[in-house]
Design a protein around this ligand. Structure first.
Ligand code: CMC
Length: 377
């Protein structure tokens, strides 16, 4: 056995891997900052396009800059015809995250000039951000028997995403709720998918490869897939009176309750605070507070039994469900926002490039004699 002296930081917990200007999480105060701006201000006063600009350029846009970015994103929504055909040829039973991962990777075949690593990748960043709703809409509309997608230049990124998925324009309240959800999901420092994107970019690989890594990483239920599982839990619980019994029995079996706990936040995730309020508002507007009340009850039990606080995924699913977004599109909706953060981090990585390559503590043997195959059993 080899004795290695350094302690292993399992899950890289508390390891500071790099410097970044993009996002700051104060896990003790429950604060989230994008490029200097508090998420609570951005969620109440800003919009997704402005936040994407902030993440990419490190400053809020002027009116003209924002108008130019909006126009550019609209222009870039259009899928290449060959890409649309490719998506149409994918099995209708495929999971949308698999479709998204494959489509992001394949898009690079159609846009080689956008895939070069370097500062010029900003074009690819905008392209990927603009086109993700179209990829999802192209796939979902076919499997749901909805009419083909049109690019709808009149709609914002958030409203276009909802239109692409549901073939209807959102109400003002729904459009704002989705816009806020996209702002809240746009970045989150070195979360697993962003780290995966940065690792890929740190080899001087291209932006599309980095975002493909990120989509595959986001897919897991410990990361982006949690809100879908929250809705499964709510449906299993059924009524608020059953919340105590169902949650306690899951905890007794050492099962994780999705939508709770966080590696960085030691108090409530500020995104959960904002989405809780939106869950209530959307529920009230539909005259149905069923999910909101269930979630409040689950929160009470989990906090009492385990001392855990809600994270961003606890309330987002109820907001999306009220809009009619199918559960298997929740994580893709997360991706349609986080792509702004992934690409901002990749651009930052290209500017301050250092191959990300940690080491492992070896715990195996070192001096085994090699036995020819005929002599093994
Ligand atoms: N339900 C029940 N127990 C939990 C939960 C939970 N949701 N989260 C943590 N714990 C317990 C865990 O079992 C462990 O207990 P013990 O020490 O007795 O074994 C202890 O808390 C520490 O857990 P950990 O997994 O070592 O902590 P972590 O920092 O690695 O976990 C987490 C972070 C998000 C993976 C975890 O809290 C979790 O699995 N939550 C549920 C999944 C979820 O909601 N994910 C979305 C995260 S926020 C969105 C995003 O960033 O993608």
């Amino acid at each position: 056995m080899v004795e290695s002296s350094p302690e292993v930081q399992h899950g890289l917990q508390d390891v500071v891997a790099l410097e970044s200007r993009i996002c700051f999480i104060d896990g003790h105060q429950g604060r989230l900052i994008y490029d200097g701006y508090d998420i609570r201000d951005l969620a109440s006063k800003s919009n997704f396009e402005e936040v994407a600009y902030l993440l990419w350029y490190g400053r809020l846009p002027t009116g003209d800059q924002l108008a130019a970015l909006r126009a550019r994103l609209v222009e870039l929504r259009q899928l290449p015809a060959a890409m649309a055909e490719r998506i149409d040829s994918m099995p209708a039973t495929a999971t949308p995250m698999d479709v998204l991962r494959t489509a992001v990777s394949e898009l690079a075949l159609f846009e080689p000039e956008e895939t070069r690593p370097g500062p010029s990748s900003i074009g690819g960043a905008q392209r990927l951000t603009a086109v993700l709703p179209s990829i999802l809409g192209q796939f979902h509309r076919r499997r749901a028997g909805l009419p083909p997608l049109t690019t709808r230049p009149d709609l914002s990124h958030a409203s276009y995403l909802l239109y692409a998925l549901l073939n209807r324009d959102p109400s003002e309240l729904e459009g704002r709720a989705l816009d806020v959800a996209l702002i809240l999901h746009a970045d989150h420092e070195l979360n697993a998918s962003t780290f995966a994107a940065r690792v890929t970019a740190s080899t001087l690989s291209d932006l599309y490869s980095a975002v493909t890594s990120a989509v595959g990483t986001l897919k897991g239920p410990l990361h982006g897939g949690a809100n879908e599982r929250v809705m499964e839990l709510l449906d299993e619980i059924g009524t608020p009176e059953r919340a105590e019994e169902v949650v306690k029995s899951k905890l007794a079996r050492h099962e994780r309750i999705m939508g709770f706990g966080h590696r960085v936040y030691k108090v409530e995730d500020p995104r959960a605070t904002i989405l809780r309020e939106w869950s209530r508002r959307i529920g009230e507007s539909k005259g149905d507070l069923h999910y909101y009340e269930l979630l409040r009850k689950v929160e009470e039990v989990v906090h009492r039994e385990k001392g855990l606080y809600p994270n961003v995924d606890l309330y987002s699913g109820s907001v999306y469900t009220f809009m009619g977004i199918p559960h298997d599109l929740f994580t893709p909706v997360f991706a349609a926002s986080r792509v702004a953060g992934w690409t901002a981090h990749v651009l930052e990585e290209y500017q301050d490039l250092r191959l990300i390559r940690p080491t492992a503590k070896y715990i195996g043997p070192t001096d085994l004699p090699y036995v020819p195959i005929a002599g093994r059993n």
